[in-house]
Write a protein that binds this ligand. Structure first.
Ligand code: FES
Ligand code: FES
Length: 177
């Protein structure tokens, strides 16, 4: 017998949205399967890769670890809501201009996580930036171009990744969540 669905009302990328889904579904599954927002990437489903990060009430959340029904009444931002119509968010433009995306699998989560940091702190330190992004793994870029791109739209500047490249910004043991 099919499982009864739960009905949730949330705001997704600024739009009030009613969605019905099986109660066991994660937010990641609801976004991708029920709302067709496939920009949120499906990685490990274990809370380790960070590829599934979205913003819930402005904070980065691993959507593979949150039940969809926990988002009733919440404001969810996915990568589809980051641009302003045809105008890219400055972080998106910087990632494109500075080669901060290669395969692109980590990019939606990386962009949203960086946006959450800069929305709350327009002048982060390199350590704050490094810690903010430490939960999203990138297998392609080596992180330097990502730090440079984020740095280019805040006070850190477009060469801040050099510190990381020389070992000064590499993740530390206490970054592991
Ligand atoms: S899919 Fe890897 S942390 Fe969510
Ligand atoms: S660009 Fe490929 S995982 Fe980051």
């Amino acid at each position: 017998m099919p499982q009864a669905k739960v009905q949730v009302r949330l705001t997704v990328n600024g739009d009030a949205t009613d969605v019905a889904f099986a109660p066991h579904k994660t937010l990641l599954e609801v976004l991708r399967e029920d709302l067709a927002l496939t920009g949120t990437k499906h990685g490990c489903e274990l809370g380790e890769c960070g590829a599934c990060a979205v913003l819930v009430d402005g904070k980065p959340i691993l959507s593979c670890l949150m039940l969809g029904l926990e988002t009733d009444g919440a404001h969810v931002t996915t990568i589809e809501g980051m641009a302003d119509g045809p105008t890219l968010h400055p972080l998106q433009a910087a990632f494109a201009d500075m080669g901060a995306a290669q395969c692109g699998y980590c990019t939606p989560a990386m962009l949203l996580t960086a946006k959450a940091l800069l929305d709350g702190n327009s002048s982060p330190t390199m350590d704050e930036l490094r810690r903010a992004l430490s939960g999203v793994l990138c297998r392609c870029t080596g992180y330097v171009s990502i730090f440079n791109a984020v740095g280019s739209v805040c006070s850190l500047g477009p060469t801040c990744g050099a510190d990381y490249a020389t070992g000064g910004g590499r993740p530390q043991e206490d970054d592991v969540q």
